[in-house]
Design a protein. Structure first.
Length: 128
């Protein structure tokens, strides 16, 4: 049996984090959580997740900074930015330039998120 895909959720909304983790674990992911940017970056260093889902607006930093930091450490880690507001094309462009793989806008469909994660993982696997 293969090991489950490690996933890290970085969001200051504990309820959202726990709901996401609960649903994604049912889908076979091994979920870890962090409530702030600093905690998220150190968790990512420890657990080396294949996927990181991060909120763009965090109390101690921005998802853009986390994205940039994590992308420096790993070229293969899948970085998904979450936002609760409309992003301008400039902001999206900035995120993609910093290494984001995908954007999702809250509220989002959890089944769709899971499908997107699996699609990104299979694309990464085929690049080998």
């Amino acid at each position: 049996m293969t090991n489950p895909t490690k996933l890290l959720i970085i969001d200051d909304d504990a309820h959202l984090r726990e709901s996401l983790a609960e649903v994604l674990e049912l889908d076979g992911f091994e979920c870890h959580q962090a409530g702030a940017a600093k905690e998220g970056i150190s968790a990512a260093q420890k657990i080396e997740p294949e996927v990181v889902i991060m909120d763009i607006q965090l109390p101690d930093s921005s998802g853009f900074q986390i994205c940039q930091e994590l992308r420096k450490r790993s070229k293969t880690m899948i970085l998904i930015m979450m936002t609760g507001r409309f992003l301008s094309s400039e902001e999206k462009k900035q995120g993609f330039e910093l290494g984001a793989d995908e954007y999702i806008t809250k509220p989002f469909d959890l089944a769709e998120l899971s499908a997107r994660i699996k699609q990104l993982l299979s694309r990464n696997a085929s690049r080998g």
